[in-house]
Design a protein around this ligand. Sequence first.
Ligand code: PMP
Length: 306
Amino acid sequence: MTEGKIWFNGSLVDYDNATIHVLTHGLHYGTGVFEGIRCYKTVNGSMIFRLQDHMQRLIDSGKAYFMDLGFSRQQLEQAAIETVRANGMEECYVRPIAFYGYGKMGVNPMPNKVSVAIAAWKWDEYIKGSGEEKGARLMTSSWARLDPRSMPMHAKATANYANSALARVEAIKAGFDEAIMLNSAGMVVEASAENIFIVKDGALATPPTSVGALGGITRDSVIAIAQANGIRCIERDIARDELYFADEVFLTGTAAEIKPVGEIDNRNVGRDGGRPGAVTKQLKTLFEAAVHGEDEKFKSWLTPIR
Ligand code: PMP
């Protein structure tokens, strides 16, 4: 995407005019927080999925970095709606970002004003090689996930993504689709930009966010959908080798949605050559119904853009 409108500090500007100064604090020191949101075409027009929850997480992420966003949650929600409308897309990905601006260099960000921007673009498939035939191929990264003692990992902060980028590039260069990240204690945390679930004997398990995983909104949606459909889910520590022996593994994220995993460290997942399993497929179908407004129980997750 290289055209359309971007909301920048309160007004919609042309794509090429949404620019920042080279001495922006967030660029030098990673002092930014952001969100990833999707807008779906539903039975009742375009709707933004879990907009309030995403904007609340943006505000919470900012709080960890003492950011005053200068806009209320409601104003940010309205700005996201306006951005989607202004770009005339029925379905899109929405990217709000808040960061410390320029004026005073040095590690302390506080003297700099915070800027907020919201962009929207078409983002179809995020992880390659995860079609119906065989799930995505993952490798365990040699990079440990950032430790919650070093960074506030519940915050979706730009700084955390240097760690994610190292892992993802390592995986891609090694011929895989995505990386699995362990924490310093060797427990499974998440993928570079997705949460991870395993299915064992019909029940779901996912690492608790206390290991350093982001409190994913798709993760939360999957847990709620599983609960509503009688699928048990527990949050517990997951060891690396448990992934090898799981019946099914899948990733969740706004960009990735629900991605079946077919292979981990060159071992096929499950007993069907790495093809998506029954529970993953069922959850994918239920998730699709929820985001497209076809499930009454989850209508409150959707915000119309008109
Ligand atoms: N973990 C990380 C590190 C992520 O970047 C993301 C994407 N925001 C997720 C998990 C999934 O979160 P969500 O479902 O809210 O997109």
